[in-house]
Design a protein. Structure first.
Length: 498
């Protein structure tokens, strides 16, 4: 039989490996082109800088080029950033009126130190997501806040990769200053190098961390911080937030009771044998309750501001007055101003030469960050008291269902009784304590805000808080004397009642 040695008539198959190889080669070529183009722009930028020419236009050119390359090499559908927070305004005339960055003589480091419960999370939400600050030559390297209502959830690792900073977390910075164990180390040399680079570029730097308030009441972290800052060329401005003392104290009581006494801040799921001891009432004179309102409460906004003032004055004396211009303190008002609607915007609008960022930020909508859920505090006090009195039908069943018990109580009050928590039996602070709260609020406000202190606004807010019964707790003793409540809490189907 004759066998043909010619080409086979069998159809050819396109191998998958060939397709993958072609795709890889194409992607590699695009990547090389991107790198080369960026490198050329960088060289051009450097040459212009060395010639001491104004390079605002080259900043814009580099930014447009990088954005163009990013758009070409990535699909728009994969973006996770909230587009409403990114400027789409192509008018860059505002840069033409700015003083060239290279001619700035002084740069600043702004260190916002809280204290807690003065809107720090709200401020960090704004700064973390704000894309306008770089246009005004500001670099935020503080806490990357992702727990912001109404804003895109930016993963921390993506945010950190985006800002290219060795700091990454103000909390890490605080742990270093306190000399405590830090699983992810903070590198002072890297921090100083970053600040030096920002100074050379004419960029002002911003840090925010509510726990940095510890520098105002602890000599060790204060010395560690100032030793670093004295090596830097920047002038340093500490920023403290003022909040009316009565308002701050009530918010702080809610937070500290929920998180540390009640454990709801960490989603505590079970009742403790010492629960009655830990869920303190607003009138209890122990721990961090409202009755502890005198000068030894060092974490207040006023004491944070006043103690830091004194420490800086002593430091200046040690240097014979030669560093008087190095450090300063400014105060922002938690209760807003006529220029803005949230604390972050107030902070940005008080920065010098930040009119573009201020105007753009005013147009953004920011949700309330981590709102305090006071109803949880009230419902958990009821649940804890019921646990202490052994009212639950099946203690074993509810012991690890604490959150469900709270939800059942909340449902019972709102949907069955059809009342609010303030309609229940309450125990409130006495007139003597309330007068002290008011007088201390006035004194603190006058000293911290000076001519900007608004006594009428303080009185208005104080009276509103009294009417809203903000200084009251559930009187669990009186409540549990009500037979209907005892019957409800001892129901076998309690966990199914919401």
């Amino acid at each position: 039989m004759h066998t043909s040695r010619g080409r086979s008539n069998k159809p050819r198959c396109f191998k998958l490996s060939t397709l993958i190889r072609h795709i890889f080669i194409f992607s590699f070529v695009l990547y090389v082109a991107y790198v080369v183009r960026s490198f050329v722009i960088l060289i051009k930028f450097t040459e212009v800088s060395q010639n001491n020419h104004s390079f605002s236009s080259y900043i814009r050119e580099a930014k447009r080029s990088f954005m163009l390359n990013a758009t070409e090499l990535s699909s728009p559908s994969t973006s996770t950033t909230d587009s409403s927070l990114i400027s789409t305004d192509t008018n860059t005339s505002y840069l033409d009126d700015k003083e060239p960055i290279s001619s700035k003589k002084d740069t600043f480091l702004y260190i916002h130190i809280g204290p807690p419960k003065t809107g720090t999370t709200s401020l960090q939400c704004n700064l973390s997501h704000n894309k306008f600050l770089p246009q005004d030559s500001y670099h935020y390297i503080g806490q990357a806040e992702t727990r912001c209502e109404g804003l895109a959830k930016i993963p921390k690792e993506n945010f950190f990769a985006d800002i290219h900073t060795p700091l990454k977390s103000a909390k890490r910075f605080t742990l270093y200053l306190l000399g405590k164990k830090n699983d992810i180390p903070f590198y002072p040399d890297g921090f100083k190098e970053l600040l030096q680079q920002n100074h050379e570029k004419g960029i002002d730097t911003i840090i925010s961390g509510e726990y940095l308030e510890k520098i105002s009441r602890d000599d060790i972290p204060f010395k560690r911080l100032t030793d670093i800052l004295l090596e830097l060329p920047q002038k340093v401005q500490f920023v403290v937030t003022h909040r009316y003392f009565f308002d701050w104290k009530q918010s702080f009581y809610n937070w500290i009771t929920l998180v540390y006494f009640g454990g709801l801040g960490y989603k505590q799921k079970k009742f403790m044998e010492f629960q009655g001891e830990s869920m303190v009432s607003i009138i209890d004179n122990r721990g961090f309750t409202l009755s502890k309102i005198f000068a030894n409460d060092t974490i207040t906004p006023y004491n944070t501001w006043n103690n830091l003032n004194m420490k800086l004055q002593l430091l200046n004396k040690q240097y014979n007055g030669t560093i008087a211009d190095k450090f300063s303190i400014s105060v922002i008002n938690f209760h807003g101003s006529d220029m803005s609607k949230d604390l972050g915007t107030t902070f940005i609008c008080m920065l010098p030469h930040a009119s573009y960022s201020c105007n753009k930020t005013r147009k953004l909508e920011f949700g309330k960050s981590r709102p305090t859920q006071s109803n949880k505090l009230h419902s958990d006090r009821i649940a804890a008291a019921a646990w202490e009195e052994k009212l639950f039908y099946n203690a074993t069943a509810v012991k690890k269902k604490r959150n469900k018990v709270n939800k059942a109580i909340n449902h019972y009050i709102i949907h069955e009784l059809k009342v609010t928590y303030t309609d229940l039996p309450l125990e409130c602070l006495g007139d003597d304590i309330m007068n002290i709260l008011l007088n201390m609020s006035i004194r603190h406000g006058k000293e911290m805000l000076g001519d900007k202190f608004d006594l009428d606004d303080l009185n208005k807010r104080f009276n509103a808080a009294v009417v809203a019964k903000k200084f009251c707790s559930i009187n669990t003793t009186a409540l549990l004397m009500d037979e209907s409540w005892r019957q409800f809490l001892s129901r076998e189907d309690l966990l199914l009642s919401h």
